[in-house]
Design a protein around this ligand. Structure first.
Ligand code: HEM
Length: 475
């Protein structure tokens, strides 16, 4: 059979490492470059692991829709395996009964539109406090570090939704929490030799200290989750609104929803890990990129502000019930996610069976990456792809729900992001209020063209240097 096999094109391989040396610090960029040479369905060899990289909307539709079932497992990577209590979560667990049951519960209970709406007051309160905290900077005309503030905001909202707690009640401060999250993200996003070099890789990971880093990160998160769970178990008063931990502890007691699958304490912790690692940074980086693009494009910033300010009463915050009137704001969010998708290669998938892709053979246990960052800049679908032009979404025909394969910031198919409503609600409401309450000026001596748009690697793509802008009170 091997003789007749038709592999997708790809760069020549070196012994042992294959094509690993071709992948730079920002893999979505190096893979984009390579795809220009080898095409939208490209084969790579990453150490001992065969991989296929997808870089066009047509090919993305093939793997995420037509062959979604063949492509919807996740590879058993070392970092995610450790942090997910050996794949007991939703995001990293392989396709199977466990993932299906957990995903169903998450979609129906935790991340449903109803659940997202029930936490509206949390978002509104936290954004209100953030806006208040900027008033001092507005008075003294000093810049705020939006990168840092947006992380603190999405972390506070997530903490309150998941744990029913404010930051100050967790015993951690924002900086400590940010460090724990970023340590976890870096072991997840970093290179793990054992993933690509079976048999010898674990030894390399011990030598490089990666193994120790993973252990440390796991224990930090586990201690934190355990502490919060214990507090919930020892609570004597009943809460007005159930938080995510309450809900999951109830699911542990009443297993009826799970059929054959056991919903254990480790499942609860693994899902908490997903919520923090998938939900905090993704929102924060999206808002920060949006503000960076707006600061570079004053015409767009002004147009978005005018829309909001003509619809919202002066002196009031934008509430979630008003967001549906803000068409231009929604276009700004889409345009931001086209150019800066938080997860530019989605999460890695693994094929489960053999199939044909544009005449090429794809085999089981192939690592599959979809470069949605490259697809979002493909001149075949987008005019002037490098420019920030929200109006390109004006006719409303393209959304991010996974049906339009030229625009996939949340992925698509069975493994598409289940937190999409939660993510969008957070990004839209924050941006609306930042733009409604303040005019944003560059720090003294800086021009629009001085704003750097460099990226830093990680699980979610951050702006490399912090975005600092001066808020000038409008109200
Ligand atoms: C702007 C915010 C967000 C963005 C851009 C985003 C993006 C993504 C992307 C690209 C994927 C991978 C999809 C794929 O492989 O096809 C994903 C998966 C996932 N996201 Fe999100 N996400 C966001 C917010 C959230 C939030 C708020 C949560 C939960 C609280 C969440 C939970 C998850 C989970 C659990 C998965 C794994 C799904 C699975 O493997 O079955 N995300 N997200």
């Amino acid at each position: 059979i091997k003789e007749n096999r038709r592999d997708p094109p790809g760069p020549p391989k070196l012994p042992i490492i294959g094509n690993l040396h071709k992948i730079g610090a920002l893999p979505h960029r190096s893979l984009w470059q390579l795809s220009m040479q080898y095409g939208p369905v490209m084969r790579l060899q990453l150490g001992g692991v065969p991989a296929i990289v997808i870089s066009s909307a047509e090919a993305a539709k093939e793997v995420l829709k037509i062959h979604d079932l063949e492509c919807c497992s996740r590879p058993p990577l070392a970092g995610p395996g450790k942090l997910s209590y050996n794949f007991l979560d939703v995001g990293f667990s392989p396709y199977g009964e466990h993932w299906r049951e957990l995903r169903k519960v998450c979609v129906v209970r935790l991340f449903s539109l109803k659940s997202v709406q029930s936490f509206r007051f949390v978002r509104e309160e936290e954004i209100g406090s953030l806006i208040d905290s900027f008033r001092g900077n507005s008075f003294t005309k000093t810049p705020v570090d939006l990168s840092k503030k947006m992380f603190a905001l999405t972390a506070s909202v997530t903490l309150r939704i998941a744990f029913g707690k404010k930051f100050e009640e967790t015993g951690l401060d924002n900086d400590e929490f940010e460090e724990i999250m970023h340590r976890a993200q870096s072991v997840l996003g970093g290179f793990t030799a054992s993933d690509f070099f079976p048999f010898v890789g674990w030894f390399v990971d011990r030598l490089t200290g990666l193994h120790a880093k993973l252990e440390r990160s796991f224990h930090e998160l586990d201690d934190f989750f355990q502490r919060v769970i214990d507090e919930h178990l020892n609570r004597t008063t009943t809460q007005e609104q159930e938080d995510v931990v309450d809900l999951m502890l109830r699911m542990e007691r009443d297993q009826s929803e799970f059929g054959e699958v056991q919903f254990t304490r480790d499942c609860t912790k693994a899902i908490l890990m997903d919520i923090f690692l998938a939900g905090v940074d993704t929102g924060a980086v999206t808002i920060t990129w949006a503000m960076a693009e707006l600061a570079r494009n004053p015409r767009v910033m002004r147009k978005a502000q005018d829309e909001i300010r003509t619809r919202v009463k002066k002196g009031e915050l934008v509430s979630e019930s008003e967001i549906h009137q803000l068409d231009y704001l929604k276009m700004v969010v889409k345009e931001t996610m086209r150019l800066h998708p938080a997860a530019p290669l989605l999460l890695p998938r693994e094929t489960m069976s053999q199939f044909k892709l544009f005449g090429y053979d794809v085999y089981p246990k192939t690592l599959l990456q979809v470069n949605v960052w490259a697809i979002g800049r493909d001149p075949n679908y987008w005019d002037n792809p490098e420019e920030f032009i929200p109006e390109r979404f004006a006719d409303g025909s393209i959304d991010y729900k996974g049906q339009h394969f030229e625009f996939l910031p949340f992925g698509a198919g069975r493994r598409g992001c289940p937190g999409i409503y939660m993510g969008i609600a957070m990004v839209e409401l924050t941006l609306a209020n930042l733009l409604c309450c303040f005019d944003w000026k560059l720090p003294d001596g800086m021009e629009e063209t001085d704003i750097d748009m460099d990226e830093a690697s990680g699980l979610a793509i951050h702006k490399k240097f912090p975005l600092k802008l001066v808020p000038i009170s409008y109200q």
